[in-house]
Write a protein that binds this ligand. Structure first.
Ligand code: CMC
Length: 428
């Protein structure tokens, strides 16, 4: 085994440099030693969209995109989906280890004690138009929380941070349910803290004073599994946003609302919504081949397919596909499922998708389940954001505790005009 260094020769000057390698990485700032003259700024690396740049060191989530592996704190996602609950998984992410029975009870109690939202939030939700997109409501409601809990600004105080985490995980489902009830013009149901995390959400959304009302445990369990699968996914667009905005030391509510905004986009968490519109647009299994041909010609994307990191079947999609069939046994089958299965079958045999390593991702089947559970399409991204809050907050705390992190501030390559003098408007 040779040395853990990289030797580079700058052919502009003929000088050779030895750069240390640690964790299979060179430090971008080490490139700055490579200069053509003393005045030269030094070499930078150019990496649009962070295709090959590690922005942090992390101990939270491990992904091997080539092998299709996803682990939270070392635990395989398949085992967590089968054996854990969302609240236990959120604890695992935030505190680093699985809880004992006592700690889990304590944790569930901490969260359920923070499920009631401030009346200001109720009024805020009511101020939106009846057809306001729920993600717009969530972004606003989260940022409004920073005005209700101004002590959250003390981001260096671990105790203060922990309290905001309980509040956020407790209140997000209530915000989701209230936003939904506002949309359908029904009175709000306040949280029932005797129910599980997902059962409480379903209760707050659905309950209409029926005497014999009970949350369907199969559906609550299916939603809980989906929440586990969505809880974290290392440095994706919204998590990088959480870390980036949080690096300014703003309060967690403001950073979280920025992360939710990033998630809202159709290339990220908004894809589950886009998949349903795509399936509705295809309309019938017989239209699948012509749709695939259009995608191959570049006339649109196969939504729910492809991933920056996974170049193999997304392990979450495999679990979701199974959950979908379980849910459809308890509800009515979703007619769009047939189209989705056919799309997947054809795409996985087609050279366009094979050569680009495009496989179904987490969003391909999740929307079908949400639809079967009775959620309106616009709520799908909200259902991604609720569980991801645990991941965003864990990553935020890790960033704040990391001595190497500072305010995020990328460099640029300036290619604009060189200096020119201002010309009065009449002379232009
Ligand atoms: N349908 C058709 N072609 C695709 C797709 C797709 N869904 N995804 C990528 N490609 C093609 C792309 O056109 C390009 O082809 P070429 O090399 O000929 O130009 C090649 O595959 C590489 O694509 P890319 O855009 O460079 O890949 P990326 O890593 O920048 O994009 C992605 C990743 C997820 C944004 C992209 O695959 C995509 O747009 N997928 C559809 C949207 C989607 O499902 N998003 C959810 C992501 S998973 C949930 C989450 O964490 O957000």
């Amino acid at each position: 085994m040779g040395k853990d260094t990289l030797t580079v020769t700058d052919n502009r000057t003929g000088k050779t440099y030895e750069l240390p390698i640690a964790d299979n990485t060179i430090r971008a700032v080490d490139l700055r030693k490579i200069k053509t003259s003393e005045e030269d700024f030094g070499l930078m690396s150019y990496d649009p969209a962070y295709m090959n740049t590690a922005e942090c060191k992390s101990t939270i989530t491990f992904i091997d995109g080539d092998k299709g592996i996803l682990e939270y704190r070392g635990y395989p996602i398949e085992q967590l989906a089968e054996k854990s609950t969302y609240l236990e998984t959120a604890y695992l992410l935030i505190y680093g280890d699985l809880p004992t029975k006592e700690r889990l009870d304590w944790w569930a109690n901490r969260i359920s004690r923070h499920t009631f939202i401030h009346n200001n939030q109720v009024e805020l939700i009511q101020a939106f138009r009846h057809d306001a997109h729920p993600m717009g409501i969530l972004i606003s409601a989260l940022s409004a929380m920073s005005t209700l809990f101004p002590e959250a600004k003390e981001v260096e105080n671990a105790e203060v941070r922990e309290k905001q985490i309980w509040r956020i995980l407790g209140q997000i489902p209530t915000l989701a349910a209230f936003a939904y009830r506002h949309r359908i013009g029904r009175p709000f149901n306040y949280p029932d803290n005797s129910l599980s995390y997902t059962a409480n959400l379903l209760y707050m959304m659905d309950y209409m004073n029926q005497r014999d009302y009970a949350v369907n445990p199969v559906l609550a369990k299916a939603l809980d599994v989906l929440f586990i699968l969505h809880a974290d996914h290392e440095q994706n667009c919204s998590t990088a946003t959480m870390r980036g905005v949080g690096s300014s030391r703003v309060d967690p509510y403001s950073a979280l609302s920025a992360a939710v905004a990033a998630l809202y986009g159709p290339l990220h968490g908004g894809a589950n919504e886009a998949v349903i519109y795509m399936l509705q647009h295809i309309g019938n299994v017989k239209n699948v081949p012509s749709f695939i041909e259009r995608v191959k010609k570049g006339e649109g994307r196969l939504m729910g397919f492809g991933h920056r990191v996974y170049k193999n079947y997304d392990p979450r999609a495999k679990i979701i596909r199974k959950v979908a069939y379980e849910v459809f046994e308890a509800t009515e089958a979703n007619p769009l499922l047939e189209i989705a299965v056919e799309l997947e079958r054809i795409a996985l045999q087609d050279d366009y998708f094979i050569s680009r390593k495009l496989y179904p991702n987490v969003d391909f089947y999740s929307g079908l389940i949400y639809q079967a559970l009775g959620f309106p399409i616009e709520y799908f991204s909200f259902l991604f954001a609720i569980p991801r809050a645990a991941g965003w907050l864990t990553q935020w705390v890790e960033m704040l505790n990391d001595d190497e992190q500072k305010i995020m501030r990328p460099r640029q390559i300036y290619l604009g005009h060189t200096k020119r003098d201002y010309m009065p408007i009449d002379d232009r």
